[in-house]
Design a protein around this ligand. Structure first.
Ligand code: HEM
Length: 155
């Protein structure tokens, strides 16, 4: 089965029919997509601001990171459910959308980075300079994911 045929199959799947059925389905799922990214990226940004030395100094970076980790995972779970649901609604169109492709590449790098370099920096207490560098790249990656997501509807 070619990728295009798979996207056509996905477009006719039960998930796609549910998303393209009642008028409220897509906006409700997209709203959850927003809420999920606020939770996911919001918790990561709090740790990045701490690594950059902006506020929250009563808590160590590692305490903050481990307290927020369950919320970050919950946000990621919401995104990995709502995203594919929205994608299925118009898979053939989204799949060729350059902004969607840019977002998916950035997303794969951002998730890998978050659970490797970022986790190391937030747990091992590197030098302030290294901590700031790690936080800077984290913020840049997640900004690219959000920008890619936002631009999907415009390209
Ligand atoms: C986990 C990190 C993710 C973040 C931070 C994220 C963020 C966003 C943002 C900001 C938008 C724009 C919403 C709007 O302004 O209308 C968006 C839209 C979208 N996202 Fe995601 N997303 C993520 C994961 C995913 C995944 C894994 C998929 C699918 C495999 C996906 C599929 C979509 C689709 C199809 C849209 C376009 C909806 C439309 O047509 O308006 N997203 N995303």
């Amino acid at each position: 089965m070619s990728v295009h045929h798979f996207m056509e199959w996905l477009n006719g799947s039960a998930a796609a029919n549910a998303m393209n059925g009642p008028e409220w389905a897509f906006p409700v799922v997209e709203s959850l997509h927003f809420a999920g990214f606020a939770l996911l990226i919001g918790t990561i940004v709090i740790v990045d601001l701490r690594l950059l030395g902006f506020g929250m100094r009563r808590q160590s970076v590692s305490d903050l990171a481990s307290d927020l980790a369950p919320w970050t995972l919950a946000g990621l779970a919401v995104m990995l459910v709502t995203g594919p649901l929205m994608f299925s609604a118009d898979a053939v169109v989204y799949y060729v959308n350059p902004s969607f492709r840019f977002k998916m590449v950035c997303l794969a790098i951002a998730i890998l980075y978050n659970f490797t370099v970022h986790r190391w920096a937030s747990r091992s207490g590197p030098s302030p300079a290294v901590g700031k560098l790690v936080a800077f790249f984290s913020l840049a990656l997640w900004t690219a994911v959000v920008a890619g997501g936002r631009m999907i509807a415009f390209v």
